[in-house]
Design a protein around this ligand. Sequence first.
Ligand code: C5P
Length: 220
Amino acid sequence: GKSLVVAIDGPSGSGKSSVSKEVARRLKLAYLDTGAMYRALTWFCLQNGMDLEDRAAVEAASKALPLEVSTSPQEEYVRVGGDDVTLAIREPAISAAVSAVATTLGARTELIRRQRELIEKHHRRMVVEGRDITTVVAPGAEVRMLLTASEEARLRRRGIQLGGSQNAEQLAAQVTRRDAKDSTVVNFTTAADGVVTLDSSDLDFDETVQAALDIVDTVI
Ligand code: C5P
């Protein structure tokens, strides 16, 4: 079919992953969670006892990373070598460490190269979500959107996601800290030229998916 890359960026807790996955299912497109790649690299570095502040070592690790990630919205898996790290990369220790890895420019270059390769491999028919997809990874995407939500809505969703077991203030500080650190290398808080903003603060999941599909419809 015709090439259809749907690039979706946004901060953590915007509901990006679940919305992107559902949009891919409905449009019968492949799906790539680029955040999972940064998380897998972080897992790999920590597994090897590396100092995450050692930029040269993190860059070298990114090139050596034996990564395999699902490109199907029906099935979620992330493997590093022989290890299935699908669940491990969602652990708080990874969330706390991932920004250090993601702000290593050499590592970004390598992961961006792999992301572009995966898009091509799927004949440019893919929903790709992350922080820099609309601006860096696939600025030529047919559809580019920024999924936002008020801080209140995002924290509420995060809380639900983590089971509400952690102290809310601690959680809020953690998420805010990660977004602030990530923002030093990628801008995902304001929409670049030609990028459509979808504010999901007052929408439920189905409404957000429908709004995203409507944006795809108006663009293609
Ligand atoms: O989307 P998720 O919260 O799983 O992403 C984890 C981390 O990966 C982000 O906090 C950010 O540091 C990094 N990331 C990135 N660029 C992307 C996707 C994720 O820097 N395109």
